[in-house]
Design a protein around this ligand. Structure first.
Ligand code: CAA
Length: 257
């Protein structure tokens, strides 16, 4: 049983992971990151799980890496940091990941939220990369993912000033896809995940992979990948079922085959 997370089934096919270190505003210590990576590995291996929602508390999604833990690591400690492997496992999660963000979403917390495929924010959410105030810089993908999400000027402003942006600004910038009342953030994220969970799993998986490719490859390679993935899906039973259900005017039943 994880100590720093609560793991529940929020809807058919949807696993909900809630960060639970309220005493430190869900700061991501190594135990929490390792437990999160473990839970995502379990979700990846479980055929009943089609999508995962990750959330924090009303006050904080996560207020960053755990600064007290970080203080104990010198240069060599950072070089051999076991957290790097945890982040790699989190970023390798191939099923859809939706983040429901309320309150502080800072530093490593913002970097974690940016690992999600879809971000839903409560109106009170604050996104920021305040590492510069500690004499450091983002180290879990923040410089790369934030720039890709919001563009150069705003990413520079956030990382170099350390000042956060509010949920509405994050929506305008494209960092999040929807803003909700804070009490509805998880509900909305679960509803989105549930819609995805009803689709054909192989199509969802390949569509996610193709969309992520758009962030790190040139257009011609991305289009080639898309074509291959599209062709691959032509060999699936779920494609036959989806098309036949449309023609029969009924709801398809997808099996992930
Ligand atoms: N690490 C460890 N503890 C943290 C923490 C963090 N990132 N953020 C908050 N806490 C702890 C506080 O120390 C405090 O503990 P005590 O009650 O024992 O004193 C508790 O959580 C509540 O926090 P505050 O009293 O500070 O709450 P607040 O409402 O007054 O302020 C806040 C909230 C503005 C988010 C403030 O806590 C804050 O600035 N936190 C640090 C944010 C930050 O700098 N994050 C970046 C970390 S570095 C990083 O993330 C690097 C990386 O990924 C590679």
């Amino acid at each position: 049983m994880p100590h720093t997370l609560a793991v529940t089934t929020a809807a058919t096919g949807v696993r909900l992971i809630t960060l639970q270190r309220p005493q430190a505003l869900n700061a991501l210590n190594t135990e929490l990151l390792a437990e999160l990576a473990d839970q995502l590995d379990l979700a990846a291996a479980d055929h009943a799980v089609r999508a995962v929602v990750i959330t924090g508390s009303r006050k904080a999604f996560a207020a960053g890496a755990d600064i007290n833990e970080m203080a104990e690591r010198d240069l060599v400690g950072i070089l051999d940091d076991p957290r790097v492997a945890c982040w790699q496992r989190i970023s390798a999660f191939a099923k859809p990941l939706v983040a429901a963000v309320n309150g502080f979403c800072l530093g490593g917390g913002c970097e974690l939220a940016m690992h999600a495929d879809i971000l839903v924010a409560g109106e009170d959410a604050r996104f920021g990369q305040p590492e510069i105030n500690l004499g450091i810089m983002p180290g879990a993908g923040g410089t790369q993912r934030l720039l890709r999400a919001v563009g150069k000027s705003l990413a520079m402003q956030m990382v170099l000033t350390g000042q956060p942006i509010d949920a509405r600004h994050a929506l305008r910038a494209g960092l999040v896809s929807e803003v909700t009342q804070p009490e509805l953030t998880v509900e909305r994220a679960v509803a989105i995940a549930r819609l995805i969970a009803e689709k054909a799993p192989l199509a969802v998986r390949l569509a996610k992979e193709a969309l992520l490719k758009a962030q790190d490859t040139d257009l011609a390679s991305g289009l080639r990948f898309e074509r291959h993935a599209f062709t691959l899906l032509a060999g699936t039973a779920d494609r036959d079922e989806g098309i036949r259900a449309f023609q029969d005017k009924r709801t398809p039943t997808f099996k992930g085959r």
